[in-house]
Design a protein around this ligand. Sequence first.
Ligand code: ADE
Length: 253
Amino acid sequence: MKITIFTLFPEMVEPFFTSSIMKRAVEKALVSYEIVNFRDFADGVHKKADDIPYGGGAGMVLMPDPISKALDEYGAKGKRVVFPTPSGKPFTEKYAMDLSSESELFFICGHYEGLDQRVIDEYVTDEITIGDYVLSSGETASVVIIDALYRLIDGVISNESLEDESFSSNLLEYPQYTRPARYCTKSVPDVLLTGHHGHITQWRCDKRLEKTMLNRPDLLSNASLSIEERERLLKILDSEDKRNSQRWMLSEL
Ligand code: ADE
């Protein structure tokens, strides 16, 4: 996959591509990237890329010209162009999966009060929000979106790692433990030391249900639980009085 990022602050984005798992994905040629400073496409000695909003109001708006020249130069027109913005559609694992199947993606990093609407109308295919809060820069949001999607590309990380993680089957991930078996006063759950795969799988399944119930009960109504899983969920609920408040969720399943 080729990823092109249009930004006024390349230094905010570059380290992500030269570190950790992304670095390896780039070395293995599973991902290639280009970071474009669209100020280079602005006119005048000051290379001005933003201006005050028509109609008044606080802050500055990114001007259409520099960014559209950059988008044209890099052939973004007609391709999948993502613009992270608090007023976009919510980003989810499913959305990440959809984007990960593209061979080419473009990201426009907004700043200040945003981007001239005409550029959005002309080029942007996906306005995406990463959550109901406002960030000061589109760079951080772009990196979050890229991080979630590139790891789903075949060969970036093992399929096994993807299988049990949070949001697969609309359940959160089970807790993980490593050595030492005893840390401060806390021990690793006995079942994980037994080497009994069946019991470990069952324990992990219970923990996924339990954690989802506690932290994200909203996900359960979209989780296609087996009859056995529903029964286990009922058992978990019965054994824990404090979760009574979430009982109503079961009637929704
Ligand atoms: N830019 C600023 N806030 C954002 C958000 N919540 N999601 C995506 N892009 C943003």
